[in-house]
Design a protein around this ligand. Sequence first.
Ligand SMILES: N[C@@H](CCC(=O)N[C@@H](CS)C(=O)NCC(=O)O)C(=O)O
Length: 344
Amino acid sequence: MMIRMSLTGGLLASAMLAAVASPAFAQGSGSATLDAVKARGQLICGVAGAVPGFSLPDSQGVMRGLDADSCRNVAAAVLGDANKVKFANLTTTNRFTALQSGEVDMLSRSTTWTLGREASLGLMFAGVNYYDGTGFLVKKALGVKTAKEMDGATICVQPGTSTELAISDFYRVNKMKFTPILIQDLAEIQNAFLAGRCDAYSTDSSALATFRATQTNKDDFLLLPDIISKEPLGYVVRSGDDKWFDIVRWTYFATVTAEELGVDSKNVDEMVKSSTNPDIKRLLGTEGDMGKQLGLDPKWAYNVIKQVGNLGETWDRNITVLGVQRGINAIWTKGGLQYAPPIR
Ligand SMILES: N[C@@H](CCC(=O)N[C@@H](CS)C(=O)NCC(=O)O)C(=O)O
């Protein structure tokens, strides 16, 4: 029985190898998404387009933020040019259908990785660019210091978010009551909160912190100390295109690895010339064939680091400037959660 099983396995494996090596399969890259992005010459990346620090156009109309830069990383890795990105602004409710239908190649849109989303939507999470959690923003005038003092509160929340469930769990566990005020549009929900239509505004605490930081009267607001859920915000791709998944995932890992190894946009050319560290050489494509294994140019990661920067650089440029501490989002060598498996 054992022998027959392994024989069948062996036959299957050689049939698969033959299929992969056959001319019919040699045409494309093996990734429908990669082929489409290359043919188009542009990555279409789903973002929110309205969140300071994550994705928000600057005064010149250029999309800025950690999520926007995550899109640029993939464009740099795949097309050699970080600017070849078309940003698609998506809401909390249409983001998943936009990805499922192929309207966008990936999502980089403050989207929480959950079992339900991965197991039932035909999607996969390729990495986490921000370990976040649900928080509450209140006006100081409300006189509340912690979430547990908010029994009976009205809470503004966006529909279609994992925040909704986090709040209802929190209230259930603490045997308290709340009234949700569901508002889809970001500007509308923020205005509702500012106008006093709800006692608290709840979403990922990162977005609350950056929203507060960008208010002229920011000292009138208090971000409560409670973080009531885990919200790992990640990159999402469609299931079934494993090569594309690998590309998005390892592009992100390249930015973590670069930070860990001290490679950044300013010293990367020097590193290419003179580094003798095998990890750096493999990362930058001066040794080994990491790019080829992903179906990309040997300089895939070099292009990311040179044009966009390592994870720490993109973090500081987009998030630190808004006064938000890096905390658990530091890389693992500095006590944080950002960790990449070896590039070898
Ligand atoms: N991470 C949660 C919440 C996502 C969410 O509501 N994000 C807000 C705050 S970062 C947002 O993107 N708002 C911008 C918009 O809706 O345009 C989820 O995946 O459901």
